[in-house]
Design a protein around this ligand. Structure first.
Ligand code: IPM
Ligand code: MG
Length: 348
């Protein structure tokens, strides 16, 4: 029996190509693993009305970790149009399977290292070495959304919020509401993971990213919790920055930053920016890490037009495997898998 059981989720588009390349690397380092294929992706949405079928969710409950390729996703109406006839009109709504995996398995850390590998002509500057910790389960990704807006919600908001008066007379189908939900617990644990990582890896500084001057309730809470956590790490410098300003500062002076921690959507944004500074999304990798499961993936999409051509750079997927190294520290005293050992020889 193999030491590790890993769910193998290529998805669609170039997901298959990059996973095939990653497998060559895993086999070359003779990782003692059993790879179990899981169905996921656009074809399962069209055929079964679910891009993340229940059998795949069950599979994920039985593995130590998963490697995920990429999936095509389309806006709600376009997705509905591609459903097979028997699933049309059932009220099915497409939701990104990676976002669902993050939430279903409470994969609350999204770890995105962005390192400029020496000599890469695509580097914004040589020597960039940033690590993004993105909160992965809450915020504007909570999925609590209304469009059209039901009358009860409008009436409640009218009674509770002064600024809502501006929208209160609109018909429900003339606007939409997406709730940004951030909890103290969710904020605390992602910030703590970022500081723990900084401590264990000799990183000097953690920057808290937010927009608390405008988005006062949710980002205010995130910033407040983050500052409390920072007090437990006196050896590590802390600062904070607004999401807009950090995009400018990161480009201008990437060496002033080290580890960045952000709520879900800002983390999504800065991780693309940071990836571009080290060569583009082709170098962007993620670890979606929870207490019981970790799903590793390249950050890029499925680029259907290149599918099957073995043309796209698989380095992001290979780097995603390398992400496994730090899982042990994040999981603290309760590692389920010896990731450290698993990828020890993989990449320098
Ligand atoms: C990412 C991606 C996903 C996200 C998409 C594919 C849903 O952009 O992993 O950064 O928004 O989280
Ligand atoms: Mg993204």
């Amino acid at each position: 029996m193999s030491k590790h059981r890993i769910a193998w989720l290529p998805g669609d588009g170039i997901g298959n190509d990059v996973m095939e390349a990653a497998r060559l690397v895993l086999d070359a380092v003779e990782l003692d693993a059993e790879y179990v294929h899981g169905d996921i992706g656009w074809e399962y949405w069209c055929r079964e009305g679910d891009a993340l079928p229940t059998r795949t969710v069950h599979l994920l409950k039985t593995v130590d970790a998963a490697l995920f390729g990429a999936i095509t996703s389309k806006p709600v109406k376009a997705a509905e149009a591609e459903l097979s006839p028997e699933h049309k009109g059932r009220g099915l709504t497409y939701r990104s399977p990676i976002v669902r995996m993050r939430q279903l398995f409470d994969l609350y850390v999204c770890l995105r290292p962005c390192k400029a590998y020496p000599g890469n002509p695509l580097n914004h500057r040589e020597g960039i070495d940033l690590v993004v910790f993105r909160e992965n389960t809450e915020d504007l990704y909570a999925g609590v959304e209304f469009g059209p807006v039901p009358q009860e919600l409008a009436a409640t908001l009218k009674g509770l919020s002064k600024p809502f008066a501006h929208f209160a007379d609109l018909p429900g189908d003339e606007y939409a509401v997406s709730c940004k939900i951030n909890t103290k617990h969710g904020s605390e644990r992602i910030v703590r993971a970022a500081f723990e990582f900084a401590k264990q890896h000799g990183r000097k500084k953690v920057t808290i990213v937010h927009k608390a001057n405008v988005v006062r309730a949710t980002d205010g809470l995130f910033l407040e919790e983050a500052k409390k956590v920072a007090q437990d790490f006196p050896g590590i410098q802390t600062d904070d920055a607004n999401i807009d300003a950090i995009c400018m500062w990161l480009l201008k002076n990437p060496f002033a930053y080290d580890v960045l921690v952000a709520p879900n959507l800002y983390g999504d944004i800065i991780s693309d920016l940071c990836a571009q500074m080290v060569g583009g999304l082709g170098f962007g990798c993620s670890g979606n890490i929870g207490e019981k499961l970790a799903v590793f993936e390249p950050t890029h999409g499925s680029a259907p037009k290149y599918a099957g051509q073995h043309k796209v750079n698989p380095i992001a997927t290979i780097l995603a495997i390398k992400n496994g190294e730090v899982v042990q520290q994040i999981q603290g005293a309760r590692p389920k898998v010896d990731f450290e050992n698993m990828v020890k020889n993989l990449l320098a």
